[in-house]
Design a protein around this ligand. Structure first.
Ligand code: HPA
Length: 248
C-alpha cells in the first residue's frame, strides 16, 4: 500500500473512498490530521494532507516527524509526496510536472531527525540520492501510461517560507543549482530515509519563481490558483495509475 502526502491544492483526493480514519498518536506529537485509509481506483492507499485537511498548517509549522512516524506505523510500501513548486529554470513553466532527483535544504529550526534524545545512538544516514530511485521510476512510468509528460530529474530547493522568495534569493538558488523551489520537501524526505521508507516527490510547477519570466515583477496568486486547480486533476491521474501499476 502506498501513502500519499498531499500538499497545497491536494488536501483531498477526488474519487477516494475513505474506509477508515485513524488518529495516530506519536512520540513526536500530533500529525497534520487523521490518516485516511481507503480505496482509490480500486486499490488501498493511505492519505494525509500535510497542511491539515482545512489547509491551516504553514510549512514551517508542519510536524514532519509526527507525519512520517504515523505513516511508518502502517505497512506502507512508499510515500508519494505531492507538492506545488515555483520554477527556477526558465523552461519550467506553470503546469509542468517534475520528479526531482536532488535536494538543497535552506530550512532552519525544523525538528529534522528521529536520531536524537538521551538513549539514541547518533546515525548518519546516506542521503547522496535523497529520493528512492525505484519509486521515481514508477512515478515516471505511471505518468507515461496516462500520457502525462514529466521532467525526470532536477534539483528541488526547500525554503523556509511561508513567504515567497525575493528575486535575489531565487538568483542564488539558481547559482546553487536548484531547478524548482518549494517549502515542504524537507525534512520530510530525510525523515522518510531515516525510517527506510521509499519516498519520491511529484512536483507541480504553479508559478515561475520570483524574478523569473512572467514573475519578473510579482508572483500572481490568481495564476497560481488556476494552475493548481488544473494541475491537480492531472496529478490525480498519475497517482491512480501508480497505485494500479503497483498492485498489478
Ligand atoms: N517558492 C516557494 N514555494 C513555492 C513556490 C515558490 O515560488 N510556488 C509554490 N510553492
Amino acid at each position: 500500500m502506498y501513502a500519499v502526502l498531499g500538499g497545497s491544492g491536494l488536501s483531498q483526493l477526488p474519487g477516494f473512498e475513505i474506509t477508515m480514519r485513524k488518529v495516530q498518536r506519536t512520540p513526536y506529537g500530533e500529525p497534520s490530521g487523521a490518516l485516511t485509509i481507503g480505496i482509490l481506483a480500486g486499490h488501498e492507499i493511505v492519505f494525509l494532507a500535510r497542511h491539515g485537511y482545512g489547509h491551516t498548517i504553514a510549512p514551517h509549522q508542519i510536524n514532519y516527524r509526527a507525519n512520517i512516524w504515523a505513516l511508518s506505523q502502517l505497512n506502507i510500501d512508499g510515500i508519494l509526496s505531492v507538492a506545488s513548486v515555483g520554477g527556477i529554470r526558465p523552461d519550467l513553466k506553470p503546469g509542468q510536472l517534475v520528479v526531482p532527483d536532488q535536494i538543497l535544504d535552506y530550512t532552519h529550526g525544523r525538528s529534522s531527525t528521529f536520531f536524537e534524545g538521551d538513549n539514541q545512538a547518533v546515525q548518519h544516514i546516506d542521503f547522496t540520492w535523497p529520493y528512492d530511485q525505484a519509486l521515481r521510476t514508477s512515478l515516471c512510468l505511471a505518468a507515461d501510461s496516462v500520457g502525462e509528460q514529466v521532467v525526470q530529474g532536477g534539483c528541488y530547493a526547500c525554503t523556509q517560507g511561508p513567504r515567497l522568495e525575493t528575486a535575489a534569493e531565487v538568483r542564488r538558488l539558481a547559482r546553487d543549482g536548484a531547478d524548482i523551489v518549494g517549502m515542504t520537501g524537507m525534512p520530510e524526505a530525510s525523515l522518510a530515509r531515516e525510517l527506510e521508507i521509499p519516498y519520491a516527490h511529484l512536483a507541480l510547477v504553479v508559478n515561475q519563481a520570483a524574478g523569473v519570466g512572467e514573475s519578473a515583477q510579482e508572483i500572481s496568486h490568481a495564476q497560481i490558483s488556476k494552475t493548481v486547480h488544473e494541475g491537480m486533476g492531472r496529478v490525480m491521474g498519475i497517482i491512480k495509475s501508480m497505485v494500479q501499476l503497483h498492485d498489478e
